[in-house]
Structures are given as structure tokens and as C-alpha cells.
Design a binder for this molecule. Structure first.
Ligand code: HMG
Ligand code: MG
Length: 304
């Protein structure tokens, strides 16, 4: 079996990781988290989202966070934009990439962005056009690609349909997202196949929440198909406020530990990543939601 020798990780902690936190996290803490993540070697960081502050209060400081980060050459900073209003606000912050986020489930589309799948594509089309015209890359997220908190199991055909719709409006890359972490390896492979029936291998990534502890297995199953790009979240933070039962994303620390153990390069320094995870976990007053991070922190403590 030929696994990729190198994997690109997109760190979504500052956005997906923090969006679900109930207490406000100050912009300065978010800025420092981004700094620590880029110092750890991430070349792709999802910083914030330009969504309604009534819907997601935690992301209300989007412009402040974007203005506060110190950009490093070679690092791409992305933000979520659900509509033209969000894009116009985001564009002032000069993101390298924007993310339009749709769903393979009608019910989730309604709950998350207050419109149907068809309406969401109509809304995304001018956003994609405006972004590409300004030289900003465009990624699409396909939420609920294997299961939905409202509709249950989602057929791979739904993923292919949304991928086709996104492709039709010019979205350059799609992320196959298991929003509520219910996927198991074979089902995830079917969802990936559906996206790969529309997009090339280099234009598809995996975004797995770890609710049932399946995310690492799902990454491995995707690697077996040649998929080499994944979203991960420092300290396993994350969740979507409109996806009941969803818990954190797969922890970056666990993924880096697994990949390095398999001889697959990520460019991420695990020790610096552990420090970044400890920084944000200390702020949130909880232990990192990562088995590898906890084990390595314990080992550090014993070595002292
Ligand atoms: P809406 O209420 O239908 O919007 O919300 P509207 O166009 O009718 O406008 C209503 C009000 O919202 C107006 O303000 C607009 O100005 C304002 P008012 O006149 O009432 O004062 N508004 C905005 N304000 C700031 N930024 C904007 C914006 N748009 C309208 N962009 C909307 C529609 C999409 C805005 C709303 O449903 C929303 O913000 N949803 C975002 C939900 C969200 O962020 N979810 C989490 C991210 S997705 C995710 O986590 C999944 C992912 O990780 C992958 C996975 O795991 O599956 C990506
Ligand atoms: Mg997510």
C-alpha cells in the first residue's frame, strides 16, 4: 500500500476550535495561539470566521484577530465567509483563502446557515467570483458528509451532488467534513470517493470531528486512498454550535504523533505544538483533549 510520504495539515483551532467556547476568549489570546501554531510549523491556519455575531458571538472579533496576527511568509491564513456581507468584511483583512461552508444535509444547512443547499450555492456563487477576482483562494466545506444530527446517515450521492454544485461555481478545493464525528473508515472512504468523483486528489481534504473516537482511523482510511490534506485542531478543540452532539476536531497532536510514527512528514514540530496546546488549554482551564498531548506532558513532568 502506497501511503503519501508527506501530509499537509491545516490547523483549524483558532476558528473551529474556539467557535464553540461559551466564554469569550480575548482576541489577544487568539492572536498568540495563531503565533504559536505558525511557530510550530503550520503553513495553513484557519484564523476566524466572518459570520453573524448573533449566531456565533465568539467570532465577533474576527477583524481584530486578523489585524493582530503577525504574518509569516509561506503561511496561508483562511477565514470562513457564509455570504457576500461576510466576504466584504473579510476582504478588508486580506485573507489568503476564504471558505464557503455548505452541507450534504438539508436540515443542517437550514440550522447552520439558515438556507437550503440550493440557496447556499446561490449565495456562495458571487462570493467565489469576488474572491477569485481578487486573487483569494476558495475552499468549500461539505458538512455532514457521512451523518447529520437531524437527518441521520447521509448517502455518498449527497456529497457528490454538493461537490458538483461547488465545482460548478468555481470552488477550488473541497473539505469532506464529518461534522458530528459519527463516521467509520469505510463510510468515510465512500464519502471521499464521492468528492473525488468531482475533484482531483490534490483538491480534496478531510475534516473529522472525533466524537466517537474514529477520527484517526478515518484519517488512515483516507490516507489509504491517497488523500494527503487534513484539518486538525490543537488540543482537540472544536465543535459546531449548530451541530448537536458534535465534540472536538481530531487533535493536531494525535495526528502529528501518528504520522511521524509512520514516517510521514508534516513539517510540524510536535514539541512546539504540545506547548501551543498547553497554552490554550491552560487558558480554558482544562487538559488538552488529546491522548498524545497528555501522554507527552506526563512524560515531560516525570523527566523533571
Ligand atoms: P441570516 O439571519 O439568515 O442572515 O443568517 P440575513 O442575511 O437575513 O441577515 C440577518 C442579520 O445578520 C442582519 O443584521 C445582517 O446584517 C447580519 P441585522 O440587520 O439583523 O442587524 N449578517 C451578518 N453579520 C455579520 N457577518 C455576516 C452577516 N450576514 C448577515 N456575514 C448567516 C445567515 C449565514 C449570516 C448566519 O446563519 C450565520 O452567521 N451562520 C454561521 C453559523 C456558523 O458560523 N457555524 C459554524 C461554522 S460551520 C462549521 O463549523 C462546520 C465546519 O467546521 C465543517 C464541519 O465540521 O462540518 C466548517
Ligand atoms: Mg468543523
Amino acid at each position: 500500500m502506497d501511503l503519501p510520504t508527506r501530509v499537509k495539515l491545516l490547523e483549524v483551532g483558532p476558528r473551529d476550535g474556539l467557535q464553540n467556547e461559551k466564554s469569550p476568549v480575548p482576541a489577544a489570546v487568539k492572536v498568540e495561539l495563531v503565533q504559536r501554531l505558525q511557530n510550530a510549523g503550520f503553513k495553513e491556519i484557519e484564523v476566524t470566521s466572518f459570520v453573524s455575531p448573533k449566531w456565533v458571538p465568539q467570532m465577533a472579533d474576527n477583524a481584530e484577530v486578523m489585524a493582530g496576527i503577525t504574518r509569516q511568509n509561506g503561511v496561508r491564513y483562511s477565514v470562513l465567509t457564509p455570504n457576500l456581507q461576510g466576504f466584504e468584511a473579510a476582504a478588508l483583512s486580506r485573507p489568503d483563502e476564504i471558505v464557503v461552508f455548505g452541507a450534504a444535509s438539508e436540515a443542517f444547512s437550514q440550522k447552520n446557515i439558515n438556507c437550503s443547499i440550493a440557496q447556499s450555492i446561490e449565495r456562495f456563487a458571487p462570493v467565489v467570483q469576488a474572491a477569485l477576482a481578487q486573487g483569494i483562494a476558495v475552499r468549500g466545506a461539505i458538512s455532514c458528509a457521512v451523518g447529520c444530527p437531524y437527518e441521520g446517515e447521509i448517502a455518498p450521492e449527497r456529497v457528490a451532488l454538493v461537490a458538483r454544485l461547488m465545482h460548478g461555481i468555481g470552488v477550488q478545493h473541497v473539505g469532506v467534513a464529518d461534522t458530528i464525528g459519527v463516521g467509520t473508515p469505510l463510510r468515510v472512504q465512500r464519502a471521499m470517493e464521492a468528492a473525488l468523483s468531482v475533484y482531483a486528489l490534490d483538491q480534496v481534504s478531510g475534516h473529522f470531528h472525533d466524537t466517537y473516537g474514529m477520527a484517526l482511523a478515518n484519517i488512515l482510511a483516507s490516507l489509504e486512498m491517497g488523500v494527503w490534506q487534513f484539518d486538525t485542531s490543537v488540543a482537540g478543540l472544536g465543535g459546531c454550535p449548530y451541530a448537536k452532539g458534535a465534540t472536538g476536531n481530531v487533535a493536531s497532536e494525535d495526528v502529528v504523533y501518528m504520522l511521524h510514527g509512520m514516517g510521514i512528514a508534516t513539517g510540524v514540530d510536535l514539541d512546539a505544538l504540545i506547548d501551543a496546546g498547553k497554552f490554550i488549554s491552560d487558558f480554558l482551564q482544562r487538559a488538552p483533549n488529546s491522548r498524545a498531548a497528555v501522554a507527552l506532558l506526563n512524560r515531560r513532568a516525570q523527566a523533571q
